[in-house]
Design a protein. Structure first.
Length: 237
């Protein structure tokens, strides 16, 4: 399949293009990563255009555009969704929203245990405001499944189970507060290459959408505290 994947849900921007040969038997991969955050909106589209040119692909030749739909940075999610929608509408291709925590789980599996038939991960992304996004995934028989839903929790409230690998970007800020002291830990971010590995199964399952139906996945409804709330917290402290 010919696929473009992009993720701007964290402090890193990750892009990848996959191009298959005419028979669909082999694929080549082009990747690009850079600082995200405030730089993303200025550099994302030029970086995508450069990567597509390296792959020798026109946007109309893509089978789908994959984007990290969340959870993650609010601005980053909106940026990825809007760019994916705009490119897909112009090229008349579908989009595939990708769970960023699932991409974290897949990146951890690929780095730590690509040969294992069974692998279980608690994927964790820093949500700021002293919280993190969390979800559990199990890899078995070549496919991922999610156990439970996405959660927005404080580090201390993570389920303590050393049999699950912890993966994500929370360990520098929250590592000492996590209850799973004996669980394996893997410092990873969601990557576009992980999304491309996940995409074929999701596309086969019918997860692709018309561009105008794609939406970011927001777990936290409230992104800022009011002046009164901050003052009350300061007084309580």
């Amino acid at each position: 399949m010919n696929l473009l994947a992009l993720d701007t849900s964290t402090e890193k921007m990750s892009l990848a293009v996959q191009r298959s040969d005419s028979g669909g038997h082999t694929s080549e991969l082009w990747q690009h990563s850079a600082e995200g955050g405030a730089q993303t909106s200025a550099h994302l589209i030029p970086a995508i255009q450069s990567l597509m040119a390296q792959a020798g692909l026109a946007f109309s030749q893509l089978d789908a555009i994959v984007f990290g739909s969340g959870p993650g940075s609010f601005t980053g999610l909106r940026t990825a969704c809007s760019v994916a929608q705009g490119l897909a509408l112009g090229a008349n291709v579908k989009v595939l929203p990708m769970d960023t925590l699932l991409a974290v789980a897949e990146e951890a599996r690929n780095q730590q245990a690509p040969e294992l038939a069974h692998f279980q991960v608690q994927a964790l992304l820093d949500a700021r405001m002293d919280e993190m996004y969390a979800a559990r995934y199990v890899f078995s028989s070549g496919l991922w499944s999610q156990t439970g839903g996405h959660r927005l929790i404080r580090p201390e409230n993570l389920d303590g189970d050393a049999s699950w690998t912890l993966a994500g970007n929370v360990f520098v800020n929250y590592g000492a507060r996590l209850p799973c002291a004996d669980a394996p830990r893997v410092e990873v971010l969601p990557t576009a290459s992980a999304m491309l590995r996940l995409a074929p199964a999701l596309l086969a399952a019918g997860a692709a959408l018309p561009a105008d139906q794609a939406l970011p996945l927001y777990i936290r409804d409230k992104v800022a505290k009011t002046t009164l709330e901050r003052a009350a917290e300061k007084a309580a402290a």
